[in-house]
Design a protein around this ligand. Structure first.
Ligand code: SAM
Length: 288
C-alpha cells in the first residue's frame, strides 16, 4: 500500500481486487502501539485515512457509513437514551448519534487515542460534537470496557470497528457479544459493521452464529454503498437482546429532527431489503 505515482492503492487480497484514489500528499503518518495511521490528501475524495493499510474514512463518502451505522438502529429502538460506541475513533458515528434528541449519554470507547487526535486535525467536521455535554470519549480496549459495564445500563451499542483482524478481532467473538448482551437493557440492540456481503459471507455467518450463542433473539443485516471499502457494497448487522427487530419510529424520521444527507425513511426500509442469496443464507445461519 502506498503513494505509487500519486495513486493511493488498497489491495484487497481476499477479493483479488484493489481500490485506488488519486492522491496529492501524505499529510500524516504515525505508528501507534496498536496500529499505523496514515492520512492522505486526495484530488477528489478530500482527506483519506488508512489504518494498517486499509481505507477507513474519506471526507467525501463517510456520511454514507456514519449515517447507516447510527440512524437505522436508533430509529428502530423505542427510546435510545444510553448509547455506547465501540471503536469509531474518527468520531463521525458519535456526531450522528448526538443528532438524536432522545440520546442522553453517548460514550465512545476506542482503543487508540491516535485515531481521534488525527481526526481532530484532518477531519474536524467529524469531531464537531466531541464537546457536546452528552458525549464522553474514552480510550480503552472495547471488550474490557464492555465486560466492566453495569448490567442493563445501555440501550444501543454501536460497534464501529476495524475488520476482524488485529485489535478489532476480539470485537467479533462470542465473549464480546456475551458482554454486550449483559450490558444491554431489555429492548436493547447492538449494531456492528459487518463487512461486504459480496466478499465476507463467512464473517457474517460467524457473526450470526456468535450473536445467537450469546443469547440475542433476532439479527438483521442492512446494506448500503461505501465506495472506499472493498466492493463498494457494505453492511451493518443488528442484534436484538429481546424480541424482534421490527420496530421503526418512521414519524420521528419524518419530523426532520435529525438532519441527514443519505438516510431517510425510504432508505431505512430499502436497506433492510434482503438480497435473495443473503435471505437464504441468513435463514440457514439463524435456524441452524
Ligand atoms: N469504518 C471503519 C471500518 O469499517 O473499517 C472503522 C472506522 S473506526 C476508525 C475503527 C476504529 O476501531 C479504529 O479507530 C480502531 O482504533 C478501533 N478499534 C479497533 N479495535 C478496537 C478495540 N478492540 N477496542 C476499541 N476500539 C477498537
Amino acid at each position: 500500500m502506498g503513494l505509487d505515482d500519486n495513486w493511493i492503492i488498497e489491495i484487497c487480497k481476499e477479493g483479488g481486487s484493489a481500490f485506488a484514489l488519486k492522491g496529492r500528499d501524505k499529510v500524516f503518518d504515525e505508528q501507534t502501539p496498536y496500529q499505523r495511521i496514515e492520512v492522505f490528501d486526495t484530488t477528489t475524495y478530500g482527506k483519506l485515512m488508512l489504518i494498517d493499510g486499509f481505507t477507513m474514512v474519506s471526507s467525501r463518502d463517510n456520511f454514507l457509513y456514519h449515517e447507516m451505522m447510527s440512524h437505522p438502529v436508533l430509529f428502530t429502538h423505542a427510546a435510545p437514551r444510553r448509547v455506547a460506541i465501540i471503536g469509531g475513533g474518527d468520531c463521525g458515528t458519535l456526531r450522528e448519534v448526538l443528532k438524536h434528541p432522545e440520546v442522553e449519554r453517548a460514550v465512545q470507547i476506542d482503543i487508540d487515542e491516535g485515531v481521534t487526535r488525527a481526526a481532530e486535525v484532518h477531519f474536524p467536521e467529524l469531531c464537531a460534537s466531541n464537546d457536546d455535554p452528552r458525549a464522553e470519549l474514552l480510550f480503552r480496549d472495547g471488550i474490557q470496557w464492555m465486560q466492566d459495564a453495569e448490567p442493563g445500563s445501555l440501550d444501543v451499542i454501536i460497534v464501529d470497528s476495524t475488520d476482524p483482524i488485529g485489535p478489532g478481532e476480539v470485537l467479533f467473538t462470542p465473549a464480546f457479544y456475551a458482554a454486550c448482551h449483559r450490558a444491554l437493557d431489555d429492548g436493547g440492540m447492538i449494531v456492528q459493521q459487518s463487512e461486504s456481503p459480496l466478499l465476507h459471507m463467512p464473517i457474517l455467518e460467524r457473526m450470526y452464529r456468535n450473536l445467537k450463542t450469546a443469547g440475542f433473539t433476532d439479527a438483521r443485516t442492512l446494506f448500503f454503498p461505501q465506495p472506499i471499502y472493498p466492493t463498494g457494497w457494505w453492511s451493518a448487522t443488528i442484534g436484538a437482546k429481546s424480541g424482534l427487530i421490527d420496530g421503526f419510529r418512521a414519524g420521528d424520521v419524518a419530523s426532520g429532527a435529525v438532519q441527514t444527507d443519505y438516510y431517510n425513511e425510504e432508505i431505512h426500509r430499502g436497506a433492510f431489503a434482503q438480497p435473495e442469496f443473503f435471505r437464504k443464507a441468513r435463514a440457514s445461519w439463524w435456524q441452524g
